[in-house]
Write a protein that binds this ligand. Structure first.
Ligand code: AVJ
Length: 314
């Protein structure tokens, strides 16, 4: 695990267009910073998704039907799934997330509050293909809230959704939250909060990388840069060099090498794609889902969908 992550970072940082995958945001500090982001007035997605879920509990529960296993993809602090327990009444809850310590602590807490639900925590990278052989026969509800799907490139979204539809084995579905396209100002502000929490969240990726691979990025040389790319319908986050800097990267063979950045050079850290309801529903259909139900807020800032896996995928 450690070596593949190191290798992945060395390759992506030495590339023509350097990047750090957004999964490297979520060390302990980064996970907490993200929690703070969700409290900010400018960051509307979390609050709006919660409003939608709280406003349509019966409609959502009706669409989902009975639930043997609730599979939480990207559980974080498990707060979103736990709010569904009383309406969906899952028999089992499986929390999946990249951040192990954070996740395990959250599940231990939650298990005490809901002793009747069988719970487990799985520290995995959900951008890898998911398989659940031991629960094939059970009615599965995949839960993918928070517009985390926005991090995937559009082709990857199709693969990911197709894989989930197949993993349902005609018995279950997907409850998903998706951020919608809206005016550029609102989008830009959500990723450029005046308090600078998103900037800290972005910069913290460098500290995590230093810890993981032993590089020597210095935060004073980098700044947060985020904007909505209208033609690609995505927020892009980057770290921008404030000076000419050299960074020492170790290599797997033990030899170090230097990477140079000039003032203004970028390290791409995240894409956060925004969809329209129609194009997202169309993606779900193409992936093998049907009976798609959608809920949104009065501003149409955010979308929640439940999509059933087709019984006989063609
Ligand atoms: C967790 C991927 C949904 O894209 O809005 C928040 C992460 N990045 N602020 C998003 C994030 C900057 C977030 N997702």
């Amino acid at each position: 695990m450690k070596n593949t992550l190191t290798e992945e970072l060395l390759i992506s940082l030495s590339a023509d267009k350097p990047s750090i995958s957004p999964k490297f945001f979520y060390d302990d500090v980064g996970s907490h910073l993200f929690d703070v982001i969700t409290l900010l007035k400018e960051y509307y997605p979390t609050r709006t998704e919660k409003w939608i879920m709280d406003s349509y509990p019966h409609e959502i529960a009706d669409a989902v039907g009975h639930c043997d296993v609730l599979l939480d993809l990207g559980a974080g602090n498990c707060a979103k799934a736990s709010r569904l327990f009383n309406t969906l009444k899952p028999k089992q809850y499986r929390a999946l997330d990249i951040s192990k310590e954070y996740l395990e602590a959250a599940v231990v807490d939650l298990q005490m509050q809901f002793p009747q639900i069988q719970m487990s925590a799985h520290a995995i990278d959900i951008s890898q293909p998911l398989v659940f052989p031991d629960i094939q026969e059970l009615h599965k509800v995949f839960f993918y809230p928070g517009s985390s799907i926005g991090n995937f490139d559009p082709e990857k979204v199709d693969q990911f959704l197709t894989n989930l539809a197949l993993e349902c084995h005609g018995n279950g579905g997907l409850l998903i939250g998706v951020d919608l396209v809206k005016d550029v100002q609102t989008l830009n502000l959500a990723y450029n909060d005046p308090l600078g929490v998103t900037a800290a969240f972005n910069l913290n990726a460098l500290l995590n990388v230093n810890r993981l691979i032993g590089s020597n990025f210095e935060l004073q040389n980098w700044e947060h840069f985020a904007f909505f790319n209208t033609s690609l319908s995505r927020i892009e986050m980057h770290l921008r060099a404030k000076a000419n800097v050299q960074v020492t990267l170790p290599s797997l063979s033990g030899k170090e090498h230097l990477v140079s950045f000039s003032t203004g050079d970028l390290i791409h850290t995240e894409n956060s794609y925004k969809y329209t309801q129609d194009n997202f529903v169309e993606k779900l259909r193409r992936a093998g889902f049907d009976d798609i139900r959608c809920w949104t807020d009065p501003n149409q800032y955010f979308l929640v969908c439940f999509a059933n896996a087709q019984k006989n995928p063609s």
